[in-house]
Design a binder for this molecule. Sequence first.
Ligand code: KIV
Length: 272
Amino acid sequence: MANYLQDQRKVTTHRLAEMKQRGEKIAMLTAYDYSMARLIDEAGMDVILVGDSASNVMAGNMTTLPMTLDQMIYHAKSVVKGVKRALVVCDLPFGSYQGNSKEALASAVRIMKESHAEAVKMEGGSEIRESIERVLCAGIPVMGHLGLTPQSINKFGTYAVRAKEEAEANKLIEDARMLEEIGCFALVLEKIPATLASQVAKEVNIPVIGIGAGGGVDGQVLVMHDMLGINKGFSPRFLRRYADLSTIINDAVAHYIDDVKTSDFPNEKEQY
Ligand code: KIV
């Protein structure tokens, strides 16, 4: 395995643009707390996303909608403390930016001031253009997010692949161009056909990070709990599991319970 930590410089939005230009893939993963963020950063991750998927994997909700701005700031603050190198991006949660650009700016400013994250991510295209523009005007880098946008799950009605039909695919391409034009530094494409995603990555100059969008994009993002096998109930086709932490944790905890019950723990060396 290559060592991607040789370059110790802080990852910035500019460095991500350079990575796209020289064809170097961008690795992005979610994190929600200090300890995991530190491990992920030390492994050489380029971008750490404080995703509102915290709603699912940290809080146990069915959707991302219940997440509040205060909760996102709490998670982002913890992550930032553990990170030295990766760019930290924080999701603006549902209801904190749609439809009201002043509120969008106020929400983004709170994230930047209170958590020290370095960028925000916002779901949607032309519908939220004004909100994105206002956030960008304040000098806050924005990562776009198109395709399956989980904050709109009640409109979609399903987590199935998006933009399979021509009309939706055309709108997605237009939205991607618009996000580039107004100044977003990168774009996440979630769960869309691989051919469409790779077309978008060729058409825009900003880095395109995919999740369930095939290999023809500029980088990949996964939810940490899914790829580490903590969250075993979720197995979409696009997910590759890099560890089986749920088995490791279950075994370790069962072992500890057994040691306590049989008075094996603590032994003489483990006491004062
Ligand atoms: O909230 C999240 O984890 C995300 C990723 C799936 C891109 O938005």
